[in-house]
Ligand binder design. Sequence first.
Ligand code: AMP
Ligand code: AMP
Length: 361
Amino acid sequence: MITREEVAQLVSRYDLGRLAIGTLGSHSALGIFRGAREEGLRTVCVCRERDLIVYKKFPLADELIVVEDFSELLEERVQERLRELNAVLVPHGSFTAYLSVDDLLNRLYVPMFGNRRLLEWEVDREKQAEWLRRAGLRLPRSFKRPEDASGLVIAKLPGARGGRGYFLASSPEDFYRKAGEMASRGLISRDDVERIQIQEYVLGANVYFHYFSSIIDGEVEFLGADRRYESIVDSLGRVPAPEQLKLGLSPTYTVVGNIPVVLRESLLPEVLRMGDGVQRVARELAPPGIIGPFCLEAVITDSLEIYVFEISARIVAGMNVWIDTSPYTYLKYGEGMWAGRRIAREVRRAVELGRLEEVVY
Ligand code: AMP
Ligand code: AMP
């Protein structure tokens, strides 16, 4: 595994007067680049040929490194160019979607804004649950076997991303029937059935909370919240129940976009404490804990209990809804502030204070 010292070595050779913020051209890249510009930093985009139109119509990248496929980020040619450009990479969802954790931990010799060691805690569902529980959060109950559950459960395949391969089950029989169906259609293997995570389905409003953990200020800030707009689940309500039954419709969760959420103010004390708790534990797990943005994915019930079912320890695409400001960042900063700009500001201030090695890994 690449060590923190090795990354500190890499930045020690950087020309800090010409520092650049780099990322893969997708997901939340535009907001990251605009934020870097706003803070006076240069930008570099690793872009797939077929997506070039985006970075031509939104000309925010000072440098483009064109690739066929994002996996080329691992090639020495690309990494060397990034280091030549004094780039600090900002990881987002496409890094984990198109590269493996092993690649990110062992083969990416470019400084990243963030803490790579937390990836190990994030990708393992059990470790993640331990982290969140120790932070004092309320989690949906998990069950070893469908027989242990009562009521509706959501079954999650190991490693499933973006809700692909999730299904709901209302009884053990229903669970085995659906898992069996998926196995016989080749969507999952028999082994997968053993490893499906079975979770209490929490009925309520979905909210994704956005935070920023500043190492320079030693503080966790609340940036905003969003909800997802998902196909098919968000359109089921448009099909009356009798037709749903006839068609055997079941929800899938493919994200097509995000919708801003502004919270009822009485939820804020708990939401703010949740962010602090997560960073307190993260600091113990992998010092200095989360560096930069992170997101808690939650369901809020009608008695206003907040259940957290997942954490992403990096910028998430839902944060795009708050370019150029959210009510919360405006309240704090009195000017436009969003995840991308907040990242660039942290990097800029770290450089000014001679502390850049504290915010990269
Ligand atoms: P993409 O580069 O669009 O394939 O996305 C990479 C990863 O980020 C996938 O796992 C997506 O599920 C996730 N993702 C992309 N866009 C969004 C979005 N707008 N909201 C939530 N998640 C997203
Ligand atoms: P994700 O893992 O973020 O892609 O989740 C896919 C969808 O499943 C989202 O709409 C979540 O809100 C929903 N979801 C995940 N876990 C639960 C749960 N325990 N209870 C209710 N909804 C859930």
